[in-house]
Write a protein that binds this ligand. Structure first.
Ligand code: GRF
Length: 206
């Protein structure tokens, strides 16, 4: 299964996918990486791994359809079957979400539907979790729909919130879980082990 990974920042989740691929645990290939941020370290990680890296940002196109065409050209050139958002801070155009219906995954650093939605990314998520006095947080991999963080949940894993946690220390522990969940979710899709039934993901591998 050919993947296109979208990332805006450091790309540690992308690296987890690349590492899983090279250790034969992903059962898929990261065929292309796209970032809206030309200085994103995620693009450097892709280049180091010999993966096609693209800086494609909507603000660089005068016409919206040219932005869409640029993205679709990547998907077509690399025969993309699954899109993965790994720290991508932009919303995908609805045309792309419809073209890849139920074939776009996102990783989010909380137990959705809690602490999701527009603006809830990075340390803001963990700050909100701590401010709410939660004792448990975690990571979620979900299918992307046309809104932020509202798609069908595929995998989740809990992380204990410690009394002396800061947003940074909690973020670090949740990120470790993201690195575990995202490759596992991709592998389940590659093995066709996920079906969507009544708005919920159902594992067909158990
Ligand atoms: C992760 O915390 C992810 O949950 C969120 O953005 C961050 C991306 O980190 N969507 P990285 O760029 O993969 O290191």
């Amino acid at each position: 299964m050919k993947l296109c990974v979208f990332a805006s920042g450091s790309g540690s989740n992308l690296q987890a996918l690349i590492d899983a691929q090279y250790s034969q645990k992903l059962c898929a290939e990261v065929a292309a990486v796209v970032s809206n941020n030309e200085s994103a370290y995620a693009l450097e990680r892709a280049r180091c791994a010999g993966i096609s890296a693209y800086h494609i940002a909507s603000q660089n196109f005068e016409r919206r359809e040219d932005f869409l065409t640029s993205l679709c050209r990547v998907f077509d050139e690399h025969n993309i079957e699954l899109i993965v958002l790994a720290g991508y801070l932009k919303k995908l155009p609805p045309e792309i979400v419809q073209k890849f219906a139920n074939r776009i995954l996102n990783v989010h650093p909380s137990l959705l539907p809690s602490f999701g939605g527009k603006g809830m990314h990075g340390l803001a998520v963990h700050r909100a979790v701590l401010n709410a006095g939660c004792k448990v947080s975690g990571a979620t991999v979900h299918i992307v729909d046309e809104r932020y963080d509202t798609g069908i949940i595929v995998l989740q894993k809990c992380v204990a919130v410690l009394d002396d946690d800061t947003p940074e220390t909690l973020a670090a522990r949740v990120l470790t879980v993201e690195h575990e969940l995202l490759p596992r979710a991709v592998r389940m899709f590659a093995h066709d082990e996920i079906t969507i039934c009544n708005g919920r993901s159902v594992y067909t591998c158990l």
